[in-house]
Ligand binder design. Structure first.
Ligand SMILES: [Zn+2]
Length: 448
């Protein structure tokens, strides 16, 4: 482990996303203090040097949407080959059996998998609080702290059970008073407003078909009161649009506006089925969109109009989504998926490897409401991902940065969060990965 007081030069990377730091970056404490131009040496006094001549250097990737607990139900037999609503109704009863140890282990698995794929900041949207699992977010905070990953944990919620015309079974929903009281508790206990925060909390009623309009409104008021962000699933499927029209008499974006969510405090997962006028309104309001390409393809949900949303003014980020609809949590592979899927919509000239890497860094940071991460720039947090490109899939590759995306990089060699190496030589510091995988396998069997 490096001395945290040292000044470290990550020297002369093989390639980087930002040509301004072709000679590397200088890190002091948790911050990037200098960018070094090609062929130059730092102006700062250097204590330590890491030669990155065989590494592609990126700002740490930022995952803007996930459900960590779903790593326990990847490729679950009851959910195979289904679209969103039938996929969800198959899995709700399985997820209702979640227990605290399962949240602990699945959170570690998801964060470890993300970290190994170059991710330094992760959102999670946890919305299941069956009896006995009231401390789910507290457990997640503890695990993120252990692994040293920066997290944006959302207090998710479901309040509209089958009896009220919603999709989830009654045993998985909570009362609105319980949800709001716990949301306040979690914000006051864990949310850090300061720059460089390792933990932030946001409020995340799950979706139009699992929460009431009253809870959406009350969550928006609470978020404003405490200056935290709002997150939900929206415009994911045609079924959802039909549900909104039937239940609320309006389309999803009108519903979003009617409950006080059409503003820059909000970022949405998916954001697929919008018309042109709705895209304009979302952009004007500065609503962020987490594009989740694998999940959208796997559940056959549709294709997010990323460039139109961006042109209208929406920040666009990338999320792996829950690992039951992906079914992995690999952030660098998700960047590749975004490139492949979005090229079908917008063509190869507009969807470049730089573009999708920017979505997964600066774009995701903007979705999470952060200006201190997502870029290799002076004053930003020292969150870095370094990839070697010497595995077999890179043999014969020309442009190293493009190769990372086009050849399908899967694993970072080194990852730094807030100035500390968390992954070295492809392994997470202080984690027995084999023991963790074995615990996860045993627990997942209990959910079949
Ligand atoms: Zn999701």
């Amino acid at each position: 482990m490096q001395n945290p007081n040292n000044t470290l030069w990550i020297k002369s990377p093989l390639a980087t996303l930002d040509p301004a730091c072709a000679g590397g970056v200088v890190i002091r404490g948790n911050t990037i203090v200098e960018l070094v131009a090609k062929g130059q040496t730092p102006g700062s006094q250097i204590d330590e040097t890491f030669d990155a001549g065989e590494h592609v250097l990126l700002p740490g990737l930022i995952n803007a949407h996930h459900h960590f607990y779903q790593t326990l139900t990847r490729a679950h037999p009851v959910a195979l080959n289904k679209e969103l609503f039938s996929w969800l109704t198959s899995l709700y009863p399985v997820w209702a059996k979640l227990q605290p140890e399962m949240v602990e282990v699945s959170t570690q698995i998801a964060l470890a998998e993300l970290l190994l794929s170059g991710c330094t900041t992760a959102n999670d949207h946890h919305y299941l609080f069956p009896q006995g699992l009231e401390q789910a977010i507290d457990i997640q905070v503890e695990q993120a702290h252990k692994l040293g990953v920066r997290v944006h944990l959302t207090r998710g919620s479901m309040s509209l059970g089958e009896d009220q015309g919603g999709l989830p079974p009654q045993s998985t929903v909570q009362t609105e008073d319980t949800i709001l009281a716990d949301s306040e508790r979690l914000i006051s206990r864990y949310h850090d407003h300061a720059g460089g925060a390792m933990v932030r909390v946001a409020l995340a009623p799950c979706s139009p078909f699992s929460v009431s309009g009253e809870l959406m409104k009350a969550s928006a008021e609470l978020a404003e009161q405490h200056d935290v962000q709002l997150h939900t699933h929206l415009a994911e499927t045609h079924d959802e649009t039909a549900f909104c029209q039937r239940m609320f008499g309006m389309r999803p974006v009108d519903y979003l506006e009617s409950v006080g969510w059409l503003n820059s405090r909000t970022w949405l997962a998916h954001g697929i089925h919008f018309n042109e006028e709705e895209i304009g309104r979302l952009g004007k309001a500065g609503v962020g969109i987490s594009h989740c390409p694998s999940s959208n393809m796997l559940l056959a949900s549709g294709m997010c109009p990323t460039l139109d949303l961006e042109a209208a003014g929406c920040p666009v980020g990338i999320g792996v989504d829950g690992s039951a609809s992906n079914d992995g949590s690999n952030m660098i592979l998700e960047v590749r998926q975004a490139l492949l899927l979005q090229r079908l919509r917008y063509g190869a000239r507009k969807i470049t490897h730089q573009k999708v890497l920017e979505w997964a860094t600066k774009g995701s940071a903007a979705c999470l409401g952060r200006d201190d991460i997502g870029e290799l720039a002076v004053g930003k947090q020292a969150d870095l991902a370094l990839f070697r490109i010497d595995d077999i899939q890179f043999a014969g590759a020309g442009d190293p940065l493009a190769a990372l995306v086009l050849c399908g990089a899967q694993r970072a060699d080194r990852v730094m969060v807030a100035g500390r190496w968390r992954v070295t030589d492809g392994a997470i510091e202080g984690l027995d990965l084999e023991a963790l995988k074995s615990r996860q396998r045993k627990l997942s069997v209990q959910l079949r």
